[in-house]
Design a binder for this molecule. Structure first.
Ligand code: CO
Length: 146
């Protein structure tokens, strides 16, 4: 048994060791902009992490930023739901159309969201945007899955 346990453990852990983690990052500014209009996930990624940093100084209730990932077709619907739940819920509705999201951030803060690539379809049409009122127009970008 002393021999088998390490062998078994290695067999169980090896797929995990091979899972490739891909780290993406972007920032938001006090000028209501994301630092990038496009994020790309490579083919061989298994685990995706997205870090949003609010590089500005303004308060959350004035210039809050988040990262909310949806199918592009759902941007308008989810944006509407976000306004309904309001500041109390940080403009993050409980909505199955939201695939991943960070917290709503004030200047100087950052947050990371992690998810598996299996929730996305290669070549699918995805968009990330900020659900803070009035931000979706300027703060959105394409999330490309190779
Ligand atoms: Co924002």
């Amino acid at each position: 048994m002393k021999i088998f346990i390490p062998v078994l453990l290695a067999a169980i852990l090896s797929p995990l060791a091979q899972a490739k983690a891909c780290k993406l990052s972007l920032s938001g500014t006090d000028q209501m902009q994301y630092s990038t209009k496009e994020l790309k996930v490579a083919k061989d990624c298994d685990e995706i992490s997205v870090t949003l940093k609010h590089a500005g100084k303004l308060a959350k209730n004035i210039m809050g930023h988040n990262f909310v990932l949806v199918k592009t077709a759902d941007v308008s619907g989810v944006s509407g739901e976000a306004l309904k739940v309001g500041a109390e819920k940080d403009y993050i509705p409980k909505d199955a159309r939201i695939l991943a999201h960070t917290k709503l951030l004030a200047g100087g803060q950052s947050d990371t969201v992690k998810f598996k690539k299996t929730i996305l379809t290669a070549g699918g049409d995805y968009t990330y945007f900020c659900t803070f009122p009035g931000h979706v127009g300027l703060m959105q970008g394409k999330f490309i899955v190779e």
